[in-house]
Design a protein around this ligand. Structure first.
Ligand code: AMP
Ligand code: MG
Length: 354
């Protein structure tokens, strides 16, 4: 059994362009690398308050991790998984509500209640195994986000705690959305601190604040999901292409990010809530570009489950909210028309219009 590897997406192009711009613009740069939420992160800000802003961001990530980490018995999510019904912080209530929203627009492809199934496959512990079908069927009985209730009738909006109720045997995990939620909070901190130029990469989930210090958009490279370099059409490149953004998140999900292999078959960490098994939709990576990082994170996971056709249908229905880049197992690349003018690539791609 080959252990899966978590890939830290390196923002090579961003770095190169920043180094260049640093020569021409005298704006103090503060950059910090941390390991949190099970991944490597980089937080970078420019300007007078950059130092303070980056420090606040680090604290915020740690605070959210303490709340959201289902693997940590002391976290609020762990407490909720034990208690099923309890008062939780505004952040926890908020992220569960946001997860519900993503679940609704993706017709259940995003579902934080698949957590016990993710555990059963060993993706939380690294002790990978192919579970018995019976075990998966039994676990599937206790999934479905629509049965989680957030808030009670008559609740006062500025209350510090919100009641969350889950059915017996339910457990939730926020791995598919927490980094996007955190990146939105970091962008808020940047704004409060008056940062006009900054960028964060939370395990390859990128959020860009403003423009680069030289006023040009940030350039975010989209990793080639074909890490074995087997797909001819993807031309052995390191990156699928580059997307230029300001004040937007660029978030990618792919089976290549965490997987194991047994008897020559690859099993990855994104679960289809309908089957309880790794999604087999024909997509090998999905990148979402949106002003809303939390939505982008949830959608990248969900559209990966849905496959090209349903993903594009979802985009057609919500195109003001996001754009996407879809990569299929045969190497076909599709982008949606909203990012036409800010995407560049050396490999052929199709632009989906509606
Ligand atoms: P991401 O890297 O954002 O695509 O998130 C993948 C992680 O989300 C997995 O490691 C699981 O913890 C969790 N997950 C897997 N499948 C789903 C799903 N269908 N809906 C929500 N979360 C999921
Ligand atoms: Mg996600």
């Amino acid at each position: 059994m080959i252990k899966g590897i978590k890939i830290w997406a390196v923002l090579l192009i961003v770095c190169v362009s920043t180094m260049f711009s640093a020569c021409t613009v005298r704006s103090p740069e503060v950059s910090k690398d941390i390991f949190a939420m099970d991944t490597f992160m980089n937080i970078r800000a420019y300007g007078e308050n950059a130092d303070e802003a980056v420090e606040l961001c680090v604290h915020e990530i740690e605070r959210l991790e303490d709340l959201f980490d289902a693997q940590d018995p002391k976290s609020e999510i762990s407490a909720l998984n034990r208690e099923k019904t309890m008062e939780v912080s505004i952040d926890t209530a908020d992220i569960i509500s946001r997860a519900r929203e993503v679940s609704t627009i993706t017709e259940g492809a995003f579902d934080i209640t698949v957590y016990p199934i993710v555990k059963e496959w060993g993706f939380t512990s690294g002790e990978y195994k192919i579970p018995d079908r019976d075990a998966i069927e039994a676990l599937l009985e206790n999934t479905g986000q629509d049965r989680i209730v957030v808030g009670s009738a008559g609740e006062i909006p500025d209350e510090k705690e919100v009641l969350v109720q889950m059915p017996e045997n339910y457990e939730i995990g926020l791995g598919g959305i927490a980094k996007g939620y955190a990146s939105d909070r970091l962008m808020e901190i940047f704004r409060q601190e008056g940062i006009g130029s900054g960028i964060v990469s939370l395990g390859g989930n990128v959020a860009a604040c403003g423009t680069k210090p030289d006023g040009k958009p940030w350039r975010v490279a989209i990793e080639n999901p074909d890490t074995d370099k087997k797909i001819k059409a993807l031309k052995n490149t390191e990156y699928i292409g580059v997307v230029e953004v300001s004040d937007k998140s660029v978030i990618t999900s792919g089976g290549y990010e965490r997987f194991f292999e047994e008897d020559g078959v690859r099993y990855h960490h994104i679960i289809d809530p309908k089957t309880g098994s790794p999604a087999d939709s024909g997509l090998i990576s999905v990148s979402i570009i949106s002003e809303d990082g939390c939505l982008a994170d949830g959608l990248s996971t969900a559209l990966f489950v849905m496959g090209r056709e349903k993903a594009l249908q979802c985009w057609s229905e919500h195109k003001s909210m996001f754009d996407c880049i879809l990569v299929e197992s045969d190497g076909s690349v599709t982008i949606t028309e909203g990012i036409m003018s800010c995407f560049s690539s050396e490999i052929p791609y199709e632009v989906y219009r509606q």
